[in-house]
Design a protein around this ligand. Structure first.
Ligand code: BGC
Length: 348
């Protein structure tokens, strides 16, 4: 069967190659891949900066954002042929650590987790895969192919879950949210903020095109420029760019008791001049919290599925700015200026 694969840590090895049918030991549920979402992590893997092949293989099949259709499922598995499903990305470490032992693999402590399409297991960018039912999530039939947005939504569902847990350390009635970056993660973070009845502001660099429109259509406010020019004093910041300057500017701009969640993975090697003493003083005197958030556990897949089911399907549809058929697969990984979320179609 066909799969989009790379030799990890070797730039420009991405290709549409043949892989054997999925092995039975991967699980009793057989799924046909319909769509794969492309994200920054895929681009990093293709550039040779990230990714690990499965043991015994040179190549890694990409694809951690997926939507599939069940072809075969054993009775009692909770799935039947025709179900639209999304596979979970991370698997707990085999030890398992304290967190993996209780299903919180997104908080793995020893780094020995695996991730489909990223770390030591083939991803979903192949025509078929096998999986165990406990790592498969059903998508509401009404959502159809928009279900491919579930995985990025789980990332922000986790971020919001942890923001709320941290906020609960004291009485807290957050109202103003600043999201930096209007890519898919930023826009989905803003969607969840609006669903929580917050006043949401989104900051990005562009001044025209789809992003400002998508923010306005949510009922949120779009800004461009720097954080100071937004005039916001946010209770919550979701930093979705990984740009160092924005991270520090956000720390400086927050309201007392604010929570800043970092979701963007930055490139290494960029240094900034900052007044660390001033920053420390400000954070201590205002009880501010800055924390990082990655991946998602099953509870976040459930929260994400609920958020998507409540969202306006037309808005979600606009988030997918480009669909690329498998025969033109290369184009899915080539950035175009108007891109928000690009999807590679395997079978529809
Ligand atoms: C994925 C996460 C994953 C992270 C780090 C992200 O793109 O959405 O599931 O944990 O990359 O590998």
């Amino acid at each position: 069967m066909r799969a989009v694969t790379v030799v990890p840590l070797k730039a420009n090895t991405v290709d549409l190659t043949e892989l054997p049918e999925p092995p039975l030991e991967d699980g009793p549920v057989l799924v046909k891949t319909r769509e794969i979402g492309v994200c920054g992590t895929d681009i990093e893997i293709i550039a040779g900066d990230y990714g690990w092949a499965p043991t015994g293989s040179d190549r890694l099949a990409l694809g951690h954002e997926s939507l599939g259709e069940v072809l075969e499922a054993p009775e009692g598995s909770g799935f039947v042929p025709g179900d639209f499903v999304v596979g979970i990305v991370r698997r707990p470490d085999p030890e398992p650590c304290l967190n993996c032992a209780i299903g919180q693999w997104d908080m793995c402590r020893n780094g020995n987790y695996t991730e489909w399409g990223i770390k030591q297991h083939h991803g979903y960018a192949r025509e078929r895969y096998r999986i165990t039912p406990d790592f498969l999530v059903k998508v509401a039939p009404a959502l159809g192919d928009l279900g491919v947005l579930l995985e990025p939504t789980t990332v922000v569902a986790k971020a919001w879950d942890h923001i709320e847990r941290i906020g609960a350390r004291a009485k807290w009635e957050p109202h103003i949210v600043l999201v930096t970056g209007a890519g898919p993660i930023g826009l989905l973070a803003a969607l969840l903020g609006v669903q929580k009845d917050m006043e949401v502001h989104v900051l990005d660099q562009v001044t025209t095109g789809l992003k400002p429109d998508l923010v306005a259509a949510l009922g949120a406010t779009y800004h461009h420029g720097d954080i100071a020019s937004t005039g916001c004093i946010p209770d919550i910041v979701l930093e979705c760019t990984g740009v160092g300057q924005l991270v520090f500017d956000a720390m400086d701009a927050m309201a007392p008791n604010a929570v800043l969640c970092l979701t963007g993975v930055s490139s290494k090697g960029r240094s900034l001049g900052i007044d660390a003493g001033e920053l420390n003083r400000h954070m201590v005197l205002e009880n501010d919290v800055v924390f990082g958030s990655v991946n998602a556990n099953r509870s976040h897949y459930e929260a994400g599925a609920q958020a998507l089911a409540q969202a306006d399907a037309a808005w979600l549809g606009r988030l997918i700015s480009r669909r690329v058929p498998l025969q033109s697969w290369k184009e899915a990984y080539q950035h175009q200026p108007e891109d928000v979320k690009v999807v590679l179609e395997f079978a529809r």
